[in-house]
Design a protein around this ligand. Structure first.
Ligand code: NI
Length: 226
């Protein structure tokens, strides 16, 4: 399941993050890559030591916390502290699958990556290339969204970022450990949640809507790992 979440950041938040990132010193993107992905990763990343990373992360975390579409699709249990990257001058990231388990930046414990997300921070017209290409169940998806929009997809997917041949592509990316590990179960719950919301809007809280809402919660109760 691939989700397009629109306007995740407000224009003011987007502007603030861009100002923070424009002032930052970037590092080689291979600092967080695994052995296979380090071979194919050519980009820049904001290091943990960057003065701007705390505020930029807080803006993204607050935006995710208020986003009902993201919650319904990802059912987040824990979000890896958001990371920021930049591609320019032909930089790209070849085909890879994200590491299944990641150590948190503070080294305290591990997080399983069930869901991946990229939040776009530069307008698509300001750079050429840089599409995020994701192998989905239904074929290859080429993603290049408006600044402030986000793509959410299963971490099990093979994906790449095409070379950026003009301008710079700046984005935020993150991994989520979900309460529901399997993509098929998350997709079913998300579709059910959307259908219930539509029914409720059209007919109000009828007996059937209340019953289906109960079914949703009982399925989530059956599948959630906390
Ligand atoms: Ni990746």
């Amino acid at each position: 399941m691939l989700i397009h979440a629109r306007n995740v950041l407000s224009p003011a938040e987007l502007q603030r993050i861009r100002a923070l990132l424009d002032a930052a010193d970037w590092a080689d993107g291979r600092i967080t890559a695994g052995t296979q992905s380090a071979q194919v990763k050519r980009n820049q990343q904001l290091p943990e030591t960057a003065a701007q990373i705390g505020e930029a992360r807080a803006i993204v975390r607050a935006a995710l916390a208020r986003n009902a579409q993201f919650f319904s699709a990802a059912l987040p249990r824990e979000i890896y502290p958001p990371l920021f990257n930049r591609y320019e001058g032909g930089q790209h990231f070849g085909n890879h699958v994200d590491n299944a388990v990641r150590l948190l930046p503070d080294g305290s414990r591990h997080l399983r990556t069930d869901v991946s997300a990229t939040l776009f921070l530069t307008e698509p017209g300001s750079y050429d290339g840089g599409e995020l290409v994701i192998d989905d169940t239904y074929g290859e998806q080429r993603v290049k969204f408006a600044a402030g929009d986000m793509v959410v997809y299963p971490s099990t997917s093979l994906h790449r970022v095409e070379p950026v041949t003009r301008g710079a592509r700046v984005s935020c990316f993150m991994w989520i450990q979900s309460m529901v590990r399997e993509d098929a179960k998350r997709a079913l719950l998300h579709e059910m949640d959307l259908a219930i919301a539509t029914l409720r809007a059209e007919h109000g809280d009828t007996e059937a809507v209340i019953s289906l809402t109960g079914n949703y919660h009982n399925l989530l109760r059956m599948w959630a790992e906390l």
